[in-house]
Design a binder for this molecule. Structure first.
Ligand SMILES: NC(=O)c1ccc[n+]([C@@H]2O[C@H](COP(=O)([O-])OP(=O)(O)OC[C@H]3O[C@@H](n4cnc5c(N)ncnc54)[C@H](OP(=O)(O)O)[C@@H]3O)[C@@H](O)[C@H]2O)c1
Length: 313
């Protein structure tokens, strides 16, 4: 099969488009013909990208295939798989400690795969899994967001942020978001009630009494966020673990998590997409052989939503 692989650790410069062995579905796994995948910033720096274990320990498993989300069609089922079946259109997250989906085929545990949204094509479906499930798990599982609460999303125009804003708004929460000036109208259209240009304004001078901060930026944006939270609030971060001493000092919680592949949230998210409550946001679509350029573009910023890799028609 054609695949994009890295034979040694490094950044996008290590990625080559080449022939690779087609994987086979093991027990409990499905083999998926990938139609599209999409890219997540910093994925090539995550230890789990390079080893067999999710904590990043142990020997390297190079060559590796990156891009751990997909939309495609099941072409074979391993022993013991009770669903999905051959021919089903599915989407999902590939566990990070195994080969990803920048390839014509990928194997995935069957129990983390869900039917893809029916109303969008594979390119749009592939823009959903990691980013939307991350937003879902941040807002619902880690923050327990309620309809009458106020949420602040840092990076509201980005891959995860575009879903976090839409999900929080669809739950009925008051939504504030930070974004670059050129993206303010876009983020408002996604459902934000209040938007702050992070390059022009200090958000803490405009946003207060927040129940939930979803931090998709890290660094000083994260450390400046404690002061806008209500006592008892929560800061959920995806880029970096929050300082627990600062959290305690402000009487709030600070949570970091790694998104977990999960069939049930993918099913619920597909339902939201199919009913028009959640719109996949694609910055651009590139062919598989240009995956390296896609990862290079991720390092430059200035995008809206996800960079999608179209693998096959
Ligand atoms: N822990 C996990 O399981 C997990 C899962 C998914 C993602 N992540 C991480 O979460 C982070 C976000 O992912 P993503 O896919 O949403 O990234 P992304 O698409 O690059 O989005 C980040 C957004 O933040 C904006 N931004 C940059 N600096 C900002 C600032 N100071 N204040 C407010 N907004 C700012 C960017 O705008 P401009 O580019 O226009 O400046 C961009 O729109 C990444 O670090 C990613 O690695 C972690």
């Amino acid at each position: 099969m054609h695949a994009v692989r890295a034979h040694t650790r490094g950044g996008p410069e290590r990625l080559t488009y080449e022939e690779a062995p087609r994987p086979e579905a093991g027990p409990g796994e499905v083999l998926v013909a990938v139609k599209a995948t999409s890219l997540t910033p910093h994925e090539l720096t995550w230890p789990s990208t390079w080893t067999h274990r999710s904590d990043g320990t142990g020997p390297d498993r190079t060559p590796i295939i990156p891009a751990h989300e997909f939309s495609g069609v099941v072409v074979a089922c391993g022993s013991g798989v009770r669903g999905p079946a051959e021919g089903d259109a599915v989407y999902g997250i590939v566990p990070f400690d195994r080969d990803g989906a920048a390839a014509e085929y990928v194997t995935v545990p069957a129990d983390v795969v869900a039917p893809k949204p029916e109303t969008v094509d594979h390119d749009h479906a592939a823009a959903v899994p990691i980013a939307a499930v991350s937003a879902w798990q941040a807002l619902l599982d880690h923050a327990d967001l309620q309809a009458d609460q106020h949420v602040l999303v840092h990076g509201g125009a980005g891959g995860v942020g575009a879903y976090a804003v839409q999900l929080a708004a669809s739950l009925g929460a008051e939504v504030s978001a930070t974004a670059a000036g050129k993206d303010l109208d876009f983020v408002r259209d996604l459902g934000a009630d209040q938007v702050v240009d992070y390059r022009q304004d200090r958000f803490e001078e405009h946003v207060r009494d927040v129940d939930v901060v979803v931090d998709l930026v890290g660094g000083s944006t994260q450390s400046r966020s404690w002061s806008v939270l209500k006592p008892g609030g929560v800061l959920v971060s995806l880029p970096a673990p929050p300082d627990q001493q600062e959290a305690a000092r402000h009487g709030v919680r600070g949570v970091y998590f790694v998104v977990q592949p999960d069939r049930e949230s993918l099913r619920s998210i597909a339902d939201l997409v199919d009913h028009g409550h959640l719109t996949p946001v694609l910055d651009r679509v590139l062919p598989l052989r240009e995956t390296r350029a896609g990862y290079e573009a991720l390092e430059q910023g200035g995008r809206r939503g996800k960079i999608v890799i179209h693998v096959a028609d």
